[in-house]
Design a protein around this ligand. Structure first.
Ligand SMILES: C[S@@+](CC[C@H](N)C(=O)[O-])C[C@H]1O[C@@H](n2cnc3c(N)ncnc32)[C@H](O)[C@@H]1O
Length: 300
């Protein structure tokens, strides 16, 4: 019996490979970011990054639209921008079709900033700027406007997330979108005072073993960040960025600046923050989680 060759399956289209791809999205950008190969195929190595960024974009776009509708302009600062995947994709999907709005990437590594600047110029993304500076220095950087509406920090290393929060508080940002990286500072202080803490409270068992010190330190850091934000007048939602299979660092903190202080929520959070720091033997970290007590009204 003659063997029939089954017809070769057609290569999957780009839309099939990447269902999140939107109409009008720049294929040139995805190639420049090495998300697509020169042949237009999805690069499996950057697929995970893309999934994270797309997932984050779903949360950020409505916030940008909300600020834009309220005040006719919107500025976003992305801290620890790295190669600026997030900034570029947001610009392509949201800002490109508008005549206003600005994206600023803050990144310490000058070579990454130079590359991002060159790419923005090549693609004609005129309202994108990049600063080769630290998040701390960005606070007083003359190249940054006094008003920043949306602050993002995706896996900004160690305490850079804390600096991004301090930046957002100082700029009275309407929204902060944070995916923290591991933070070593709190775990370090827990470790330093471990013997004393164990003699004082059985709860110190939570961080007695070195692995637990690191994990508990990481978790409590995010708890303290949330209290800091709430005490500074933000409502906070904590959720997952993507499934655990994609990344161990997938906690997403969404903070929205509230127009008023409902039922003394700020003061309650401030007290809780102090109590938690005291209970855990971390009062020396009070300044790390400094609360913004300025009650400037929200105009966006
Ligand atoms: C893990 S990468 C994440 C990059 C990007 N946000 C992403 O998700 O693809 C962290 C980046 O933060 C930068 N960084 C670390 N500390 C920083 C600081 N204090 N100020 C600005 N950038 C910082 C690093 O150079 C690095 O590029």
């Amino acid at each position: 019996m003659a063997k029939h060759k089954s017809p070769a399956r057609p290569a999957p289209t780009l839309q099939e490979q990447l269902p999140e791809l939107r109409e009008g999205q720049s294929v040139a950008l995805l190639q420049e970011l090495h998300i697509l190969t020169r042949e237009g195929k999805l690069n499996q190595d950057t697929r995970r990054k893309l999934k994270q960024v797309y997932h984050l974009v779903q949360f950020i776009e409505p916030l940008l639209a909300e600020v834009l509708a309220a005040r006719g302009d919107v500025t976003l600062a992305d801290h620890g921008a790295g190669k600026s995947y997030l900034g570029f994709i947001l610009y392509d999907l949201f800002f490109k079709s508008k005549t206003v709005g600005r994206v600023i990437g803050v990144e310490t590594r000058a070579e990454l900033v130079a590359k991002s600047r060159a790419l923005a110029a090549k693609l004609g993304f005129e309202r994108m700027d990049f600063l080769a500076t630290t998040v701390q220095e960005a606070l007083t950087h003359p190249g940054l406007p006094a008003r920043i509406d949306v602050v993002t920090a995706l896996h900004a290393c160690d305490t850079a997330t804390d600096d991004a929060i301090a930046f957002g508080l100082a700029k009275h940002a309407s929204h902060m979108v944070l995916v923290p990286c591991c933070q070593a500072e709190v775990a370090g202080v827990l470790r330093q005072h471990k013997a004393l803490s164990l003699s004082r409270s059985p709860l110190a068992e939570l961080w007695r073993h070195p692995l637990h010190t690191r994990e508990f330190g990481s978790q409590i850091t995010n708890v303290l960040r949330c209290l800091q934000l709430e005490a500074s007048g933000y409502s906070v939602t904590v959720t997952e960025l993507v499934g655990w299979e994609h990344s161990m660092k997938n906690e997403l903190i969404l903070a929205r600046r509230m127009a008023d202080d409902r039922h003394g929520a700020r003061e309650r959070a401030r007290q809780r923050l102090t109590q938690v720091l005291d209970e855990l033997g971390l009062p020396e970290l009070q300044s790390r989680f400094a609360v913004d007590s300025g009650a400037s009204p929200v105009t966006a």
